[in-house]
Every structure is written in C-alpha cells, then in structure tokens.
Write a new protein. Structure first.
Length: 256
C-alpha cells in the first residue's frame, strides 16, 4: 500500500514527514511557501497516521520502507527530505539507506539517540475519548482538557478527529497500535547508519530534544551536519517560529 500525501507545487521533490500523532496537513502553510521557491511538496502521512493505511506493525525500518515505496510509486529522485520528531527519525533511517534519493536532509528537533517514552498522558487522554457519547469537537476538547492543560497541544491532537459517518466522530490515528508500539518511537538510530550528504539539524531554543552532548553523535553519523537553533521555539519549532525556521532552511538549501 502507498502512503497518502498532499502534493503541492511543481519542481524538485521536497518530502515532509510529520511527527508522532501528527499528519502531513500540519505542514501545509509552510509547504505553500516552499512551493513558491520551485519545489514540489509531498506532505506524507506515515502509516497509522492521517489518511494512510493502518497496520499492526510499526517501527522505523518499516516507516523508511513505506517511504521508499512511496518514492518509487511517484518516481521521486533528487529529493529534499525534512522530518520532524518521529518523522525526523524516519528521515534519518531512510537517508542512511537510500542516500541516492536524497540531496538534502533536514531534521527538526530530534537527535539520533534513544528517548524514553513520554507520551503516556497524551495517549491516556486520547484513549478516554468515548465517541458513543462525544458528538462534537467541543465535547472532545472538554474531555482532553482534563488531561492536557496546554491549548496548543489539545488543538494539535484534535486535528485527528474526523467524521466516520454522519453524527459519528472517530480518530484517524491507529491508537491501539500506537499505544502498543510506543517504545518504538524513542528508539535510537543504529550507530552504523551514516549519511554523508548535506544535512541540517534545527532545534528549538526552548526544547530539550537536542542537547549539546548530542552534537558529537550527530557529527559522527551525519559528517556534514550543521546545527541551528530556532529562536523562541519549543519542540514544535515550525509552528512556534515559522519565519525563522523557513529562513534557516531556505538558507541551507541555497548554500548547499
């Protein structure tokens, strides 16, 4: 099965991979700006997310294989590849295996190291949504608010709601599998994975996902990596400061 995507613009392929519990649509505003620079944006939904297929198997090897099948299907080559968080791990895995497809690798706020599971509260909140009782998005947000106080996080999660049929809400994500496979999300990129093409790591100034100690591992596995910090941004750096994020990426692409 081929991953679902939105394709915007014409030109050199530019693939964007969303993070955990996200979808390609989260990147639509920035994608439109990149398309104006002569790129064809591919906003891909990874398996068990968005409108892509559901499957009981879930790990980075499979996510990278899904992307390879997508590239073959759409005949993509010489592509820019950008991944955020979980999507960044997929992008790293893919670029180290299929470097012939990738001209520029951009990793948003994730390092190749292992991370402990830390999405339990969010998954618990989503699991509490009883759609036999919840009939509006407002009711769903009210339930989520008892677990998640941050409005931005709730709105991000609520993008997963859709109308399965008239009067019946549901979640696009494959929540049972993502809960079962949560340990896969934080797994490290294998140390023997190396990508020696042009690479940019962008971290949020207020995010702790990429620490100074991680720079050594990044340079070992991505020898040409540059690391930039997006001012005033947390983990969702592309939403927190989209103009700085856009400028750093366009500068990187222009100079490399």
């Amino acid at each position: 099965m081929i991953l679902h995507s939105q394709i915007i613009g014409e030109g050199q392929p530019f693939i964007i991979l969303h993070g955990f519990l996200g979808m390609g649509d989260n990147w639509k505003s920035l994608a439109k700006k990149f398309s104006q620079l002569g790129y064809q944006l591919h906003l891909v939904d990874q398996r068990n997310h968005g409108r892509s297929f559901h499957n009981s198997n879930f790990n980075y090897s499979l996510l990278a294989s899904d992307l390879y099948a997508y590239c073959l299907h759409h005949k993509l080559e010489n592509a820019v590849l950008l991944g955020h968080s979980m999507g960044g791990k997929t992008a790293m895995e893919f670029a180290t295996i299929h470097s012939e497809i990738v001209t520029h690798l951009i990793i948003a706020d994730i390092a190749p190291k292992a991370y402990p599971s830390h999405h339990q509260d969010i998954l618990k909140a989503l699991s509490s949504l009883n759609f036999s009782e919840i009939k509006t998005r407002g009711q769903a947000e009210a339930v989520l608010s008892t677990y998640i106080k941050d409005t931005g996080t709730r709105l991000f999660l609520l993008k997963n709601l859709f109308w399965k049929e008239k009067g019946q809400l549901g979640l696009r994500i494959n929540l049972p599998v993502l809960i079962e496979k949560i340990e896969e999300i934080g797994k490290a990129l294998s140390l023997d994975r190396i990508y020696d093409g042009a690479t940019l790591f962008a971290r949020g100034e207020a995010s702790g996902y990429i620490e100074s100690i991680d720079e050594m591992t990044i340079s070992q596995q991505f020898p040409k990596a540059q690391i930039v910090t997006i001012s005033g941004a947390g983990h969702w750096l592309h939403a927190d400061n989209p103009s700085h994020f856009f400028d750093e990426i366009t500068g990187f692409l222009r100079l490399n």
